[in-house]
Design a protein around this ligand. Sequence first.
Ligand SMILES: NC(=O)c1ccc[n+]([C@@H]2O[C@H](COP(=O)([O-])OP(=O)(O)OC[C@H]3O[C@@H](n4cnc5c(N)ncnc54)[C@H](O)[C@@H]3O)[C@@H](O)[C@H]2O)c1
Ligand SMILES: N[C@H](C(=O)O)[C@H](O)COP(=O)(O)O
Length: 361
Amino acid sequence: MQKKQPLLITTGEPAGIGMDIVLILAAENKLQDFARPVWVTADAKAMQTRADELMAAGVLKSCPPWQTVDVNIEANNFLKHLSQQGADDNNAFILLNISCVAPVTSGLINISNSAMVAKQLEIAHKLANDKTVAAIVTGPLQKSALIEAGIKLPDGTMFSGHTEFFMQQSGCEKVVMMLANQVMKVALVTTHLALKDIPAAITADNVRQTVQIVVDDMREKFGLAQPRILVCGLNPHAGEGGHLGTEEIEIINPVLQEFISAGVDISEAMPADTLFTSRHLSNCDAVIAMYHDQGLPVLKSHGFGDTVNLTLGLPYIRTSVDHGTALDLAGRGGASATSLYQALIMANEMADRSIVDIPLA
Ligand SMILES: NC(=O)c1ccc[n+]([C@@H]2O[C@H](COP(=O)([O-])OP(=O)(O)OC[C@H]3O[C@@H](n4cnc5c(N)ncnc54)[C@H](O)[C@@H]3O)[C@@H](O)[C@H]2O)c1
Ligand SMILES: N[C@H](C(=O)O)[C@H](O)COP(=O)(O)O
């Protein structure tokens, strides 16, 4: 029987809950809900230790079955490289082993292991870019650990997140971070920026590229022919007619008018405080917010744990959990795997909708 391409999960920071949530889904047989193999990047020894800890904590009744293979990313044919190691799909997942240099302690960051986290992202990009895997589903990483370890983005600037890493590694000029749950979808014009740097990043080009990517991907990835989009202003009361800031008048609205004239169902800049009310949300498919903490706290207050983070505008599918490394919970229990499960469902649906899905021989 021909199989579909795998979903690849990166477990991210080994001291965080990335491995815990994979093990929880595997133990509940939820990784088998997709008609696709599931591959997981992690350190094999650390995964076994984490499973032992979770069994001791009573979170897992037994150790879920997985198969470990070593990763040679330089292999011309990655599938052949795996099959030469006897990889098969009779287990909950295939663990692509990427070794940590230092022992892993649950809940305790060791920046010596940050290179292993970065390696997971490089491997994920390569396998998604050459269509060996159907989609990347990322677990949480600790941005500060990568920064403190001296790991940079591909362009040599400070590491700031998966979104920026995959954008640069793919050679994209712009991608869009969107978080989605049952209540709303929120896309951001700017991502991981200090608050003081945001006004300068709200340029006509940035707003235009963001709207275009959101419109295109709402059509392609969510199957909405005419998405209804509402846009937040940058300033309180969307600038109060220019008395509380002029970005709406000078930058944001002229760009939005271009889209309105072209027939896109999009608002002008609206006061963010009242945009996020049920009257408006019930009549829109996506909100565009100007910056991270304008949109995400509202969204996460309506479904933290059931939200998916996705990157629009990439040449491949990437979804992610909505939470961070939760160091306080790693190896102890209490971590919910629901966001990872939702991220897998969304990635699988997008891959099924995509025409690039190639059956494996
Ligand atoms: N996808 C990602 O890679 C991602 C996303 C958000 C934050 N982060 C990073 O994670 C690190 C820690 O960030 P933070 O402390 O702000 O956020 P966090 O999400 O790690 O933790 C916030 C709170 O939520 C709880 N929590 C988080 N995930 C949970 C889960 N699955 N189940 C139950 N409770 C959960 C934690 O215990 C904590 O109390 C930072 O370095 C941040 O940059 C990474
Ligand atoms: N902004 C994301 C959130 O709050 O969930 C998170 O920092 C992860 O971002 P990346 O996917 O770019 O790592």
